[in-house]
Design a binder for this molecule. Structure first.
Ligand code: ADP
Ligand code: ZN
Ligand code: ZN
Length: 751
């Protein structure tokens, strides 16, 4: 095998395009390959090169018995591998670096910080078609009518069709011909040989919708104006702003005006939004208000759409790039400003494979680029508030709602004295009647899809278990199935208890059950359900929400999906069906998540002219979290939660890394973690606490046993000192071959 460079060498031995290649006979390419090994691989340059190799170019190299595509991360004058042991790269794929120096640095930083392989980091940053070797500017052959064709005679039927299609100066591409039939290309070539058609090569262009006249927005209020002025005053330099504004306070208007200022300076803006937040409406708002060509990047696009948008960003044709998590790696030749909307959203952290935080990388990138970055939220992460306190971020406040809507009133419904029937307590039903009668709409929030979370036997206390997980099966009434929400296992609903043949009872509530309850309590009013069972594809949610906007449906029942990115101007009452699930979680962030959810879902209500009301159903109304939220809002909650975190040494008062493992049996998983712990102890770990190993909260999932070892340190550098050598040693552990393991830096979930 080839060389083993850890990323401790000076970054980018040569700048892209540097004319001063060192005066040696041979250069060495240090190549990132798409595999999980945490190192670069040294190669000699290809024998035959159209141009000098540069970092950021793709290269095909022999690997094992086959060959692989990789990206040149560095070019070095030395290699630790003896030259006669090095293999030669087979060919360069590019004549110019497809990734610029800044993007390369970002990718390297991300791999280094998150203890990932460079290959994985490159894979996250590049469109899949480029990773597969597609040329950056693919060219394709086109056909058109020859300028001085004779009068064609004796044509076959397919040839006639081709000629018809080419009338009026039109052309056909290879893809078009393929669609006409398997022999159409051959027919076109024949016609070309006869001089009737001519062929030419066309290069792909990254055309976007052209600029339009920007539609003016509302005049900003004083808080918005102050925020825009502060941000605008820092264009051209690094500054990180936390825009803390209640839902509907006009944060997006602040983004738009700050972006407009950046565009006026001829620079680009990068806007990151949560997975669910990138709706056609939000894209349309940015397009119409800014009036500039805009590139959209999200996971629901085809590979060629992604490549098209990525190229437009790289070329600078796109002046605004708006996208989800991975858009943080979008190339920005003229960077001006970065916006992160709903910065607290969990979808910014990738939860598998390469576990990066797009939010944190965006801040790093802004600093590297010397541009401002704006993190916006109604419910900032405690980490962000701590950064404000430490003076690293500047907080900007939008304390009031734009327009006329006031703050909603929030109260608790004690389920012990007001028991719920099929999910709804009497006070909730009465409030619903009141709001519906007054012409309002009602939103019911419950973070459980399906009919009921448990199927229970009153005869022998049996509950339907998942055969592959330490979890119960959820009853799905509409499909008449039991479904595991963790591994996807499905089975038909049993008629009777398999142990005692008693009749079975669904216990607890899911969104389907609430929907059924509504049909009996409010039979004349249309309700819609929004969860992953009713909303599968992008666009589904718009159809559902259109029924709400038009007023046809007046009650919404749904999960987390309802808390993000969508506004319901006519909703005047929000009911949280059950807050208790969120009060007693196993993760130290559970309370923070519940507070964020309650505030976010409350903020969907009463936007326009209707005063909003929020009811929270709970069996523990005296819980301090709920009390704080009620009396002091999110700020009050955050203050108390921070004190708790500090006392318990949780983030933001410490740094975490989590070593996760899964294996075919519990002993194998634990053996790996014990060996990992022993390695850390041998090396010494000053300033780092090792907690575990311990089984995961759900020890068995999809038939695999899961366990973890948590590392906690007061500061990041101590943790990193341990992690850098440790990660490499973990790769080499004999126990590692029998398990799947991963390192999660700054995990957002530790159960
Ligand atoms: P947020 O992003 O904080 O949820 P938005 O920017 O989407 O808030 O604003 C919420 C609503 O208020 C939008 O309909 C927006 O057009 C309107 N709005 C925002 N700022 C103002 C303002 N200064 N005057 C009037 N309406 C405003
Ligand atoms: Zn039974
Ligand atoms: Zn399962």
């Amino acid at each position: 095998m080839n060389s083993t460079h850890r990323l401790t060498m000076p970054p980018l031995a040569l700048e892209a395009g540097s004319p001063n290649l060192p005066n040696t006979t041979e250069l060495f390419l240090q190549v990132a390959l798409d595999n999980p090994l945490r190192r670069l691989f040294d190669y000699l340059p290809p024998a035959d090169m159209p141009c000098p190799p540069q970092p950021g170019m793709r290269v095909e190299v022999p690997f094992g018995r086959g060959s692989q595509l990789g990206v040149i991360a560095r070019i070095s004058a030395t290699s630790q591998v003896p030259t006669d042991k090095l293999r030669r790269a087979s060919r360069l794929l590019d004549e110019e670096p497809i990734l610029d120096t800044e993007t390369l640095e970002l990718i390297e930083f991300a791999a280094d910080y998150y203890q990932a392989s460079l290959g994985e980091s490159f894979a996250a940053a590049m469109p899949v078609l480029l990773r597969q070797g597609r040329s950056l500017w693919p060219s394709h052959t086109c056909w058109r009518l020859a300028s001085n064709q004779g009068s064609p005679r004796r044509l076959g039927s397919q040839q006639r069709i081709i000629l018809e299609r080419l009338g009026d100066g039109r052309h056909l591409t290879e893809d078009d011909l393929d669609e006409l039939g398997p022999t159409a290309k051959a027919s076109a070539r024949l016609l070309t040989d006869r001089g009737i058609l001519e062929s030419y090569v066309e290069q792909a262009r990254s055309q976007l919708e052209p600029a339009t006249l920007p539609v003016p927005g509302p005049a900003l209020n004083l808080d918005q104006t102050a925020a825009v002025n502060t941000i605008g005053g820092h264009l051209g330099e690094y500054a990180c702003f936390l825009l803390h504004g209640v839902t509907g306070s006009g944060k997006t208007e602040v983004y738009l005006q700050a972006i407009a200022q950046a565009l006026a300076r001829g620079t680009q803006a990068l806007v990151l939004v949560p997975e669910i937040g990138l709706t056609p409406q939000s894209i349309a708002r940015f397009k119409s208000r800014l009036g500039v060509p805009l590139a959209v990047l999200h996971s629901g696009m085809t590979d060629s759409e992604r490549l098209h948008m990525w190229r437009a960003a790289r070329q600078g044709t796109a002046q605004v790039i708006i996208g989800t998590r991975s858009a943080v790696f979008a190339p920005l030749p003229r960077p001006g400003i970065i916006i992160i909307d709903e910065e607290h959203d969990a979808s910014y952290k990738q939860q598998e494979g390469f576990r990066y935080s797009a939010r944190d990388l965006a801040v790093w990138r802004a600093r590297r680029l010397s541009i401002p970055v704006v993190l916006g939220s109604a419910t900032p992460m405690l980490e962000s508030l701590a950064n404000v306190e430490a003076g690293r971020y500047v907080q900007l406040n939008l304390p009031t709602r734009a327009g006329s809507a006031g703050k909603p009133s929030i109260s608790l419904v004690d389920l012990r004295t007001n028991p719920s029937r099929q999910g709804l307590s009497t006070p909730s039903v009465i409030a619903m009647e009141r709001h519906l009668k007054a012409g309002g709409q009602v939103l019911l929030y419950l973070n459980r899809r399906g009919f009921a979370p448990t199927l229970f036997c009153p005869g022998c206390a049996w509950v339907a278990p998942c055969p592959h997980c330490d979890a119960r099966l959820t009853v799905h009434g509409h499909r008449q199935q039991l479904l595991c929400h963790h591994c996807g296992t499905q089975s038909p609903l049993p008629f009777a208890c398999p142990q005692c043949e008693n009749e079975l009872l669904p216990m607890g509530q899911g969104t389907e059950r609430i929907e059924d309850t509504l049909a009996t309590v409010f039979p004349d009013i249309t309700a819609v359900r929004v969860d992953r069972d009713t909303v599968r594809a992008r666009g589904d949610i718009d159809r559902v929400l259109e029924r709400v906007r038009s007023g046809e449906a007046r009650i919404l029942v749904g999960t987390q999906m309802l808390t993000k990115g969508h506004d319901f101007p006519d909703v005047s009452l929000v009911i949280v069906i059950n807050a208790d699930q969120g009060l007693f979680g196993t993760d130290f962030r559970t309370a923070e998540r519940l507070a964020q959810t309650i505030v976010q879902v409350s903020g969907r209500a009463g936007r326009a002219s209707r005063p909003g009301e929020v009811l929270i159903q709970t069996s523990c109304p005296e819980h301090p979290l709920l009390q704080q939220l009620l009396t002091d809002g999110y700020e009050g909650f955050a203050k108390a939660a921070m004190a708790e975190r500090e006392a318990a040494r949780w983030p933001p008062y410490s740094r975490l890394a989590l070593l996760r493992v899964e294996a075919a049996d519990a002993a194998t998983a634990m053996a790996f973690l014990n060996a990992a712990r022993a390695l850390a102890e041998q090396a010494g770990h000053p300033g780092v606490r090792l907690l575990g190993p311990a089984p995961a909260a759900m020890e068995r999932r999809a038939g695999r046993y899961r366990a973890q070892l948590l590392l906690e340190a007061a500061d990041r550098s101590r943790l990193k000192q341990l992690l850098d050598p440790w990660a490499l040693k973990l790769e080499a552990l004999p126990q590692a071959r029998r398990v799947r393991w991963s390192l999660d830096i700054d995990p957002i979930e530790i159960t």
